[in-house]
Structures are given as structure tokens and as C-alpha cells.
Design a binder for this molecule. Structure first.
Ligand SMILES: [Zn+2]
Length: 306
């Protein structure tokens, strides 16, 4: 089976712990993909809400350089366009403050290979308010300008972590394609984390109508209100998204190394077992292939990334 994952925090975790991406004790390593025929992964540079302005941009640049060095050195992985690789890696950003609050910073992100960037993490930044912002002021003037510039640069706004208010403003002033790299279906959870981070049916339908992607997250709080979430809950979220017509938008964004995932999908090595478990729960092979790989592959092929 093939697997395409829209979000993990492995890169910044590996750098923090002085580990490499090939073989490590984290939830994602290229060694863990040995039973996956073709593996595509967006590696996010996670920018904490404590980093802003030039400090955030220089941290991003440091991580981007380390990422490039890692992929060039890896015997198992290449970049998205590398036809000979079995494991494919691309840089993304979690937290729009990576641009340092300037449009020139955005251009630098793009020059470093970033095409997908969450506009916020949980709090406020120079662009907009995130899903746990106390003020929830929505977009700043700079944020609106930043989204227009992202479109000109060929970057796609990732709306995971964005506040509901910021989302409503975004779809009013911007009509381009959107991605939610790691968010589940809101109506299936009733805990504060799920409520804040998951997509409402309205948001999910807007992403689908714009031809975007939604990555399912393996974090227990976003799947269920019990601590024993697993395959059945992942299937419930898939069914909910399919019921609003997301069969060409649905993908995975497991959030590996950004959360403690459900025990049944505790690392990348468990993905082939997840594939079998979902088939056993009635998911057709055609839909499984779409969700595990094809939808995201087609999307990035269409915009010229692959
Ligand atoms: Zn996240």
C-alpha cells in the first residue's frame, strides 16, 4: 500500500533531540516506512507561539537548512519530485509567524520549498487568531496582505489551528483552494480540544467545494471523547466526511510527533495495519487508496509539486 501524510512534527522533534529522520525512536522515521510501497510526508517546521518576528524567521531558516541536509544525506528518502525515491519528503510550516511578520519573509519560505503553511498555531500571530486565542481578533491587515502574497507565490493556506472567526473572514476575502492538514470532523467530538481544532461541517464543505484537502488526525481528543479512541473512531470520521462529499478531498495528516496518537496507530509503522483495519470495517479498496494516497498525490501533481 501507498501512504501520503499531510502533517507531522517529526522534523522539529528530531532537531530538538539531535536525532535523524532515517532511523530514530520517534513516531516517524524512514526505516518505519519499510512496508509502505510509496511514502509521501509533509514535514512541518513547528513555530511555537513564544517565537515571533525575526526570531521566528531565523528559527525557520535553521530548520529548513537542517531538513535539506537530512534529505540529501538520506539513503532512503528524496524530495517530492525525486522519481527514484520510495520515501518522499517536503517541508511545510505550522505557524505563520515563521515569515517573521513580513512579506519578504514569505518569499524566503517559498524559496525554501514551502507550499503549505498553517496561518496560525493556537494563539494570535502577525497574520490572524488561532483556535485558542483569548482575544480572537481575526485577521490583521498584514494577514490579509500575507494571504494575497501567498497566492501570488503559489503557497496554499493551511487552516488547521485557525479560529472559526478567522476562517469566516478568510473565505470572505480569498476564494482560493484551502487545506486543513490535520483536523477531524467537529460534530463527532464534544471536548474543548476537539471543538476548537476540528472542522465544522460548514468548514469541511467549503474546503471540498474549493477542491482542497483534509488530513485526518490520529490525536485521541480530536477523534473521540473517551481515552480509548482507535480504528472505529477513525472510521466514524471517515464516514462523516464522506457523507458531505469529501471522497476526493480526504487524506491523512496523522500529527505524528505532535501528539500522542491513538495506541492502534501509534507510529508510521502501524499504517499498513490501519489500512487493513479500515478495509475490514467496510471501506472499499478504491476509497482506501484515495484516502491513504491518491487524493493528496493528485492534488500535489496538479499544482506541479510532484
Ligand atoms: Zn498541529
Amino acid at each position: 500500500m501507498r501512504y501520503f501524510d499531510l502533517h507531522c512534527d517529526t522534523l522539529t522533534e528530531a532537531l530538538r533531540l539531535h536525532l535523524n529522520l532515517d532511523n530514530n525512536s520517534l513516531q516517524v522515521s524512514f526505516a518505519d516506512a519499510k512496508n509502505i510501497e510509496q511514502y509521501y510526508q509533509l514535514f512541518a517546521v513547528f513555530i511555537p507561539d513564544t517565537l515571533r518576528g525575526p526570531n521566528a524567521l531565523s528559527y525557520f531558516l535553521q530548520c529548513a537548512q537542517a531538513f535539506t541536509d537530512e534529505i540529501f544525506a538520506s539513503p532512503n528518502a528524496g524530495f517530492f519530485k525525486d522519481k527514484n525515491a520510495r520515501c518522499h519528503a517536503m517541508l511545510s510550516v505550522e505557524g505563520g509567524s515563521a515569515c517573521g511578520g513580513t512579506l519578504e519573509g514569505l518569499s524566503l519560505l517559498r524559496q525554501n520549498g514551502v507550499q503549505v503553511m498553517t496561518l496560525t498555531w493556537n494563539g494570535d500571530n502577525e497574520i490572524a487568531s488561532g483556535c485558542f486565542s483569548e482575544s480572537d481578533r481575526g485577521f490583521t491587515d498584514f494577514g490579509r496582505e500575507a494571504v494575497r502574497t501567498m497566492r501570488q507565490l503559489g503557497m496554499i493556506p493551511d487552516i488547521s489551528h485557525l479560529s472559526k472567526k478567522s476562517f469566516s473572514q478568510l473565505i470572505d476575502f480569498d476564494d482560493g483552494v484551502l487545506i486543513a492538514t490535520h483536523s477531524n470532523y467537529d460534530d463527532l467530538t464534544d471536548n474543548p480540544y476537539g471543538r476548537a481544532r476540528n472542522l465544522s461541517p460548514f468548514q469541511a464543505k467549503e474546503i471540498v467545494a474549493r477542491g482542497g484537502l483534509i488530513g485526518l488526525n490520529f490525536c485521541p481528543d480530536f477523534l473521540s471523547d473517551t481515552s480509548a479512541a482507535g480504528y472505529d473512531d477513525i472510521m466514524r470520521h471517515i464516514d462523516a466526511f464522506l457523507s458531505i462529499g469529501a471522497e476526493r478531498s480526504l487524506a491523512f495528516g496523522g500529527d505524528f510527533d505532535g501528539c500522542q496518537p491513538v495506541a492502534e496507530v501509534c507510529s508510521l509503522s502501524r499504517i499498513p495495519a490501519l489500512y487493513q483495519a479500515l478495509l475490514a470495517r467496510g471501506l472499499s479498496r478504491e476509497l482506501a487508496e484515495r484516502i491513504f494516497w491518491r487524493n493528496a498525490f493528485d492534488f500535489f501533481s496538479h499544482i506541479g509539486t510532484i
